[in-house]
Design a binder for this molecule. Structure first.
Ligand code: ADP
Ligand code: MG
Length: 615
């Protein structure tokens, strides 16, 4: 009996060794270069940049599966060479092996056009200066199907249709249209940042979703991506940060008050090429050490420039990884540049950070002043965990009052939390507040220390879920509406979730490219700035790939409750504390916040007696 149908077939006699057909070989090779629609976008944009284009227009349909068309006004391809351009290993950018040691163009492997053509249907029109007419070439699955001379402006237009039509295995691995769109947006916005002198325009299904003016101002591109508010807060890399002999670092970083749940806002370019580099990403994160809450990541758009011979870009066909000759030098240069920018900025911001901006909005309210002050706040926050209290007795006498059955981790959040019967809280009397963060109460068996933020989160969460189950979520209408500006990838995410958000109380309408008008917010957020409340949700949505619908709703509700809950540091009056304790007493799972952290610590009468040596 064969063991399993999944096992590799074994042969008694060896199969004959044969050369793969040219077509199969090129399909296999294409897989390394063209993984998904965004890789096509990347290669075609890079070719336009290499050709010296000043304008690059992209038209995308169906998330890139139906059509990706990239038009540039670069130097064009001579009509006599247009067929050659589609051969594998055909390039005008490299001649000898020696050239490989110092590469100044984005392309050099001569693989992209061949790879793209092997797995799609391509139409290319191109003309160079000095030729009266251009050429138009049609290819399907890498084979030329038609060619003619045509009138055309200088430059190149490449239309890639029906990507992977002949590679069903690849097609299967593509993600939802909106996910592919988002990946394309990410590439185009990155390249627009790196090349502000090029005018970019991106259209999805006939709608312009992103464009830049090509006026050379990186600040303008940042504003187009992140909106004017965020762009204004970004800090240009300080001049002192650029003083390494061989490694130049420029760009912008966000102040510590801007932070995200993932690293996708740390973008790195090496000699004008977008790269993925965990080390350098870490260098940026490290520069923010103690300045950001744990699990939060900064914004950084950094351009590293170094002699071409110090960096090897020929690591992988996709050319998104690089190797440095002196890696630690580059790491140090990036980390220093970012750190010095933050330090240089802090005293001035400390004084102006709380002032009101010229349009009446408060500027970077999250910025607490100097770096030292920030670090202090951070330490306070970490003490919130309740387990690292400096004054807890040495032998673990303090116990978190979390029944083991109730400990959850973030992944289990969506699971219903059944009544942890018998674990309800006793009736408690409020004694007072300590550190503006914890409520002290007395119960029948000793004292309790309640984390006010965690407890309030739990209360709001159970109340919200109950209202949700009854279909009674209360929304608070906004008289004038509030406009929010998102980056193109965030806007795509938002569009996907409009209905879900509406069910939770966020009524939001599209309001121009990448902008939305907020008409209402969940009532429990009424005291907050609507734009900020929404951004917190978007930020959380950005984490991970489209999980199940039910999970998404839960995630948004969690975030809403977290935003609405009282923070540590807020003094509470006795009646406020009493109201909170009463509400916590009636919760089904009062011992943990919805993220699974403890809401209270119990110190029993017996434990107290032991501590004081009475028994
Ligand atoms: P590579 O960029 O690595 O050279 P490609 O397969 O991307 O390889 O392109 C092959 C060649 O076709 C390039 O070297 C260039 O000469 C030409 N080419 C491709 N795209 C363009 C373009 N948009 N404008 C001008 N020439 C182009
Ligand atoms: Mg190329």
């Amino acid at each position: 009996m064969p063991l399993a149908t999944y096992a590799l077939p074994s042969y008694n006699t060896p199969m004959p060794i044969q050369l793969l057909s040219a077509q199969l070989a090129s399909q296999i090779a294409a897989g390394e270069v063209v993984e998904r629609p965004s890789s096509v976008v990347k290669e075609l944009v890079e070719n336009g940049i290499d050709a010296g284009a000043t304008t690059i227009n992209l038209d995308v349909r169906g998330g890139g599966r139906q059509l990706i068309q990239v038009a540039d006004d670069g130097c064009g391809i001579p009509t006599a060479e247009i067929e050659t351009a589609f051969l594998r290993h055909a390039t005008s950018k490299l001649q000898t092996a020696a050239d490989l040691t110092a590469i100044y163009t984005l392309g050099f492997r001569g693989e992209a056009l061949a790879a793209i053509a092997a797995v799609s249907q391509v139409t290319v029109v191109s003309r160079i200066d000095g030729e009266a007419a251009g050429a138009r070439l049609l290819l399907a699955g890498g084979e030329i199907t038609d060619r003619e001379m045509v009138g055309a402006p200088r430059g190149t237009v490449i239309a890639v249709e029906n990507l992977f039509y002949n590679v069903p295995a690849r097609l299967k691995f593509l993600k939802a249209v909106n996910t592919e769109k988002r990946l394309i947006d990410e590439f185009v916005t990155r390249y627009a940042l790196a090349y502000p002198q090029i005018r970019f325009r991106l259209t999805h299904d006939n709608r312009i979703t992103f464009q830049t003016s090509g006026n050379g101002s990186r600040q303008d591109v940042l504003a187009a991506i992140y909106g004017p508010e965020v762009a204004r807060q970004l800090l240009p890399i300080a001049k002192e940060g650029q003083n390494d002999d061989r490694v130049g670092v420029s760009g912008s970083v966000g102040p510590p008050s801007l932070h995200w749940a993932n690293r996708s806002h740390i973008v790195l370019f090496v000699n004008g090429r977008w790269v993925k580099d965990n080390n350098l990403t870490y260098a940026v994160i490290q520069a923010y050490h103690t300045l950001l809450p744990t699990g939060r990541y900064p914004l950084g758009i950094l351009f590293v420039n170094l002699p071409a011979e110090d960096v090897d870009v020929n690591v992988h066909p996709a050319k998104t990884e690089v190797r440095f000759q002196h890696g630690s030098q580059v790491f140090g240069a990036v980390q220093r540049a970012v750190r010095q920018t933050l330090v240089a900025d802090s005293p001035i911001r400390g004084m102006t950070g709380w002032q009101v901006g010229q349009h009446g909005e408060s500027l970077s309210p999250g910025w607490g002043g100097s770096l030292e002050r920030q670090a202090f706040t951070r330490r306070e926050e970490s003490a919130q965990s309740g387990l690292s209290l400096d004054w807890s007795p040495p032998d673990g006498e303090w116990e978190t009052a979390v029944p083991h059955s109730a400990t959850t981790n973030d992944d289990q959040l969506a699971a219903p939390q059944p009544n942890l019967g018998g674990e309800k809280l006793p009736i408690m009397r409020v004694v007072g507040q300590v550190g503006a963060a914890y409520i002290i109460t007395e119960g029948p068996d000793g004292m309790y220390l309640i984390d006010q933020h965690a407890a309030h989160e739990r209360i709001l969460y159970e109340q919200f879920m109950a209202a949700w189950a009854r279909d009674e979520v209360v929304a608070q209408g906004l008289m004038a509406g509030t406009a929010v500006h998102l980056s193109p990838p965030q806007a795509t995410l938002m569009e996907e979730r409009l209905e879900t958000l509406a069910a939770i109380g966020f009524q939001i309408e599209p309001f121009g490219p990448n902008a939305f008008m907020v008409r209402s917010i969940p009532a429990i957020l009424a005291k907050l700035d609507p734009a900020q409340a929404l951004m917190a949700v978007v930020d959380d949505l950005e984490r991970g790939d489209a999980p199940l619908q039910g999970k998404i709703e839960d995630k948004i509700i969690l975030r809403v409750c977290k935003s609405a809950a009282v923070k540590a540091g807020q003094p509470l009056s006795l009646p406020e504390m009493e109201a909170m304790v009463r509400q916590l007493e009636v919760c089904h799972s009062p011992h943990t916040c919805p993220h699974g952290r403890p809401t209270l610590i119990h110190l029993s009468v017996a434990q107290l007696a032991r501590q004081f040596g009475r028994i």
